[in-house]
Design a protein around this ligand. Structure first.
Ligand code: PLP
Length: 410
């Protein structure tokens, strides 16, 4: 019998969403006429922008003709997409990157996980608490941790507490860590980091020769002009940070699949002899061996996100979600619920009223308002007493949800 990877058995096996589903089913069976509105999902609902769809179609049509057919493309992505990304996401914000520093992929979730391939198990890793579970669980899977304790903390991981007391911006560790996951705008808290706050992390990483793994999946939702969109807007980050970007939330690509990872050539780690080795070359080797590129029509669709029409249409979609977020915040504040995020992010993170537990509030919201959200405790122990609502729903549902909250939670 083949032996399994025992580290998988340490995982708290996908408890959150099955438990939510179980409770909704129990409620719906008992209340068959209640219309349950889901404000829990982290998936988009608006269709692809017309300019993106048109380019997607043209990409498919290219495959029907001998002279424009494409087979395997470059594993790193087509240069026309990479050049477009550099010009529109980075150069426009004063960040200079070379095409060889950008790797187009089929998702940030996979890249955040796969990046662990190029780092030794002995590295000390820091993750937020609460956190996007992928960062934590992939470190458990590769065997970097011991077992979870009764609270859900894994032995060997350094957790960075994010609560209202620190405005959901974690304190810099006083000890040395080697890999640090940061996500701004944050899922689940909706928090954003200022230039000054990110500068402290970059200074820490440079001083301790650590690498920052910066997840910018929600940068398109930033509205404040002074908030950085890329970690590379911070001086020194080009020597210590890898950045993950995704078309999923910014352009509705959750089902289409396209993302990118930036690994600057100036980034190094050390080998067993203590000599520096370029991370860019390692990641390139990893990708060319284990990945065969994103499909050609999808890359054409992604390129169209940056056309003038594509940008304008996608900005409109982002504004739609941010307006949902504003309505949710207003609705909650009207019934004196403290909420955070939802201004530069599509998530509202609220403090459960009356010191209720996250699951207690879940049940109250479901039973009294027929609304579903996500218990904060599902994102980590420090999420206990908090709750996440998503702004990715349909406007009518958000409006109906808020009128139920005003009627039943006041
Ligand atoms: C949605 C999301 C992503 C994007 O993942 P994809 O695989 O590109 O769809 C990345 N990071 C966070 C924190 C997310 O919530």
């Amino acid at each position: 019998m083949a032996q399994i990877n025992d580290h998988y058995l340490k995982l708290k096996s996908g408890y959150l969403f099955p438990e939510i589903g179980r409770r909704i089913k129990f409620f719906s069976d008992a209340n068959p006429t209640a219309k349950v509105i889901r404000l829990g999902i982290g998936d988009v609902t608006r269709p692809l922008a017309p300019a993106v769809i048109a380019a997607f179609h043209r990409g498919v049509d290219d495959l029907t003709r001998v002279n424009s057919f494409r087979g395997y493309g470059p594993e790193q992505g087509y240069d026309w997409l990479i050049d477009t990304v550099i010009a529109n996401c980075f150069q426009s914000r004063g960040v200079q990157l070379k095409p060889s520093e950008i790797f187009i992929s089929d998702g940030s979730k996979c890249d955040c996980a796969n990046i662990l391939d190029i780092f030794a198990l002995g590295n000390k890793v820091a993750v937020g608490d609460p956190v996007y579970p992928v960062y934590n669980d992939t470190n458990v899977m590769v065997g970097r941790t011991g077992a979870a304790d009764s609270q859900g903390y894994y032995d060997g991981i350094r957790y960075l507490t994010c609560t209202a007391e620190n405005n959901f911006i974690p304190a810099i560790p006083t000890e040395k860590v080697d890999l640090i996951y940061l996500c701004f705008p944050n899922n689940p808290t909706g928090a954003v980091a200022s230039k000054e706050q990110l500068q402290k992390w970059v200074d820490y990483a440079l001083a301790h020769e650590a690498i920052i793994l910066f997840d910018a999946a929600y940068e398109a939702f930033i509205t404040g002009p002074e908030i950085p969109h890329s970690i590379y807007e911070i001086p020194g980050a080009g020597k210590c940070a890898i950045e993950f970007r995704s078309f999923s939330k910014s352009a509705g690509f959750t089902g289409v699949r396209c993302a990118l990872t930036v690994v600057p050539e100036a980034l190094s780690g050390k080998n067993a002899q203590g000599e520096p080795v370029a991370l860019n070359a390692l990641w390139n080797r990893r990708q060319t061996t284990k990945f065969n590129g994103v499909s050609y029509p999808v890359q054409r669709a992604a390129e169209a996100v940056y056309s003038p029409e594509g940008q304008q249409q996608n900005q409109e979609i982002v504004r739609y979600y941010l307006e949902n977020a504003r309505l949710i915040r207003e609705g909650l504040e009207a019934v004196a619920v403290s909420c955070y995020g939802g201004v530069n992010a599509p998530y509202i993170w609220l403090k459960t009223p009356g010191g209720m537990s996250s699951w207690g509030f879940f049940d109250k919201l479901l039973n009294e308002c027929h609304l579903v959200g996500t218990p904060g405790s599902g994102f980590g122990p420090s999420g206990e007493g908090y709750f996440r609502l998503s702004a990715f729903g349909q406007r009518e549902d958000v409006e109906e949800a808020m009128s139920r909250i005003k009627k039943n939670l006041a």
